[in-house]
Design a protein around this ligand. Structure first.
Ligand code: ADP
Ligand code: MG
Length: 391
């Protein structure tokens, strides 16, 4: 489906649903991390890149304070009043909490909001680690700015989106996803510093293709895995702080300092901390290797990241191991690792650009052969962050 067909499909559905034509088109992209698993809430570094899969919202301003929303990806559209923003009370409408949450934090931050009718359509797989939730938050924030006539800077918009997801939806995510979707740049990865929320462009060498390998294993972050890891990292910081008071987060812990004090940490906590500290170092090393196209280095960094995620942070599942093996056999493969929070979902490979067309069918077949599951494998390119569709 090309852009025009997509727009036609959405416009048609919009008029069926709302009985009018949309007057405003906004978009926000998904993203993939090339390095930096779980480093964001540890105030470290991430190498992140937007992908050319995005969430669109077609909208039409309303004269009253009602927000009516529907999605072509999920059933259960609903409406709410800006005068009384409550979480959805029906499980089928739970996805609308991302929109209600953004409305709530924007309003609480002092921005007077106007209502709108909005229809959502996304090409980002939902719940696979490419940040469909952040894209939904960012596109909602763009629509509100347009219909209510105020402007946020992109970092502020990312912060508010994270706040909506933390406080209203109840997911304790870091800021990586929203930041990437808001500030991404066409043609480059971003090296994000999660402490001061600054970033710099890191071009990917032109001979390298980025390929998403979706295991289609449903991510099981339903339990307390994510919260447990956050807590274990915080515990590590507390213990290390007793030895060196200037330590505020794992970001502040050089490898040598960790080595010196790690025997004071409970074994599991030590493993979690070691992964984060080493992963931060790998992000900084990737900053030099990626633009240079240093294939050996890239392979080594990605592999060390995966092995650490599996053995130290323990966020791998069998489907990820099967996918890793399929990726590493693929023609033209340079490097392969997990993406997102782990526990299934997507993985990411760097592949010789000229071999991508062979890599995709090969890995699809190899993974299906190993697991009986049909994966979804496709190359991606970095695009600009959230904004108007025809900017
Ligand atoms: P990820 O952000 O990795 O895709 P999350 O679990 O954080 O995974 O967010 C996925 C959830 O976000 C979905 O289950 C749904 O509630 C909501 N969501 C995202 N995109 C859409 C969409 N286009 N339409 C409706 N809901 C969406
Ligand atoms: Mg998400």
């Amino acid at each position: 489906m090309n852009t025009e067909q997509r727009q036609q499909l959405i416009a048609h559905a919009f008029s069926t649903h709302f009985g009018a034509t949309p007057t405003l088109w906004c978009r926000a992209p998904g993203r993939v991390d090339l390095m930096g698993s779980h480093t964001d809430y540890n105030l470290g570094y991430v190498m992140t890149m937007t992908v050319d899969r995005d969430t669109w919202m077609a909208a039409r301003p309303r004269a009253d304070r009602l927000v009516r929303i529907a999605s072509l990806n999920l059933p259960g559209g609903s409406e709410f009043s800006l005068d009384d923003i409550q979480p959805a009370n029906n499980p089928e409408m739970r996805w609308t909490d991302y929109i209600r949450g953004v409305a709530k934090v924007l309003q609480d931050a002092g921005h007077p909001l106007a209502g709108f009718d909005g229809l959502i359509h996304s090409t980002i797989p939902l719940g696979s680690g490419l940040s469909s939730s952040a894209a939904l938050e960012m596109v909602t924030a763009i629509v509100f700015q347009q219909v209510s006539d105020f402007r946020l800077d992109a970092v502020q918009m990312a912060r508010l989106g994270q706040q909506a997801e933390n406080q209203f939806v109840g997911v304790s995510c870091g800021i990586l996803d929203q930041y990437s979707s808001a500030l991404g740049r066409a043609g480059a990865a971003l090296l994000l510093d999660c402490r001061d929320l600054t970033s710099r462009d890191v071009p990917v060498h032109p001979t390298i293709g980025v390929v998403i390998c979706d295991t289609k294993a449903e991510r099981q972050l339903v339990g307390t895995e994510y919260a447990d890891r956050r807590r274990q990292c915080e515990e590590g910081v507390r213990v290390l702080q007793q030895r060196q008071p200037e330590i505020r987060s794992l970001r502040d812990v050089p490898v040598e300092v960790f080595e010196r004090y790690k025997q004071h940490l409970p074994a599991v906590v030590a493993k979690r901390c070691q992964f984060i500290i080493e992963e931060n170092t790998r992000v900084l090393e990737l900053k030099d290797a990626l633009p240079r196209g240093d294939k050996q280095k890239l392979h080594h960094l990605f592999h060390a990241s995966y092995v650490g995620a599996r053995d130290l942070y323990e966020i791998a599942v069998p489907a990820m191991e099967a996918m890793l093996n399929a990726m590493l056999e693929g023609p033209g493969v340079i490097a392969a690792r997990q993406a997102g929070a782990g526990f299934g979902g997507c993985m990411v490979a760097l592949v010789e650009a000229q071999f991508v067309q062979h890599f995709v069918p090969y890995v699809t077949q190899a993974y299906t052969g190993k697991t009986g599951v049909q994966p979804s494998i496709y190359s991606v390119a970095a695009v600009d962050g959230a904004g108007l569709l025809n900017r």
